[in-house]
Design a protein around this ligand. Sequence first.
Ligand code: GDP
Ligand code: MG
Length: 178
Amino acid sequence: MSSSDEEGEEYLFKIVIIGDSAVGKSNLLSRYARNEFNPHSKATIGVEFQTQSLEIDGKEVKAQIWDTAGQERFRAVTSAYYRGAFGALLVYDISRKTTFESIPRWLDELKTHSDTTVARMLVGNKCDLENIRDVSVEEGKALAESEGLFFMETSALDSTNVKTAFDMVIREIYNNVS
Ligand code: GDP
Ligand code: MG
């Protein structure tokens, strides 16, 4: 997915965000791409993806980050959504165990639909909700280790690790292809 011109190389990577409904996928993306948080967000309307640029090794690397339009509620995320993805964030909500228990199913779906090496990060979102935590950091780490995923806990609400998580996936993709 790279192209050369006189300016040097350019990269454009597709990244998908998956996970159960209401884990904070849309807010992670809006926090990363626009530094915005929406406390009342319902099912995502509209935006298919947002593009973010990052400079790595003096090269401009662009990530096209896709968000679902709420299809996950009906387990109807289509193969078109996954097509061409080089990276994925698998998101659960640390305050709802069921969303963590769904991760293996999302991993299977990702494997089924991807035809290349995908840089994958397990993301335990809403780490600001420590008082009602339902999934321990250790559980998250253990799953990530057994599946060979990066792991990070984030908060789209207070911004903890959001940029770090996305940037890490983008760098990993860059390392995979360059
Ligand atoms: P999606 O369905 O996975 O896209 O989830 P949304 O981004 O729409 O978020 C679902 C709900 O969780 C909304 O009410 C958000 O305001 C809330 N939310 C999202 N991220 C966080 C977070 O990091 N912390 C807290 N406390 N709430 C969050
Ligand atoms: Mg959404």
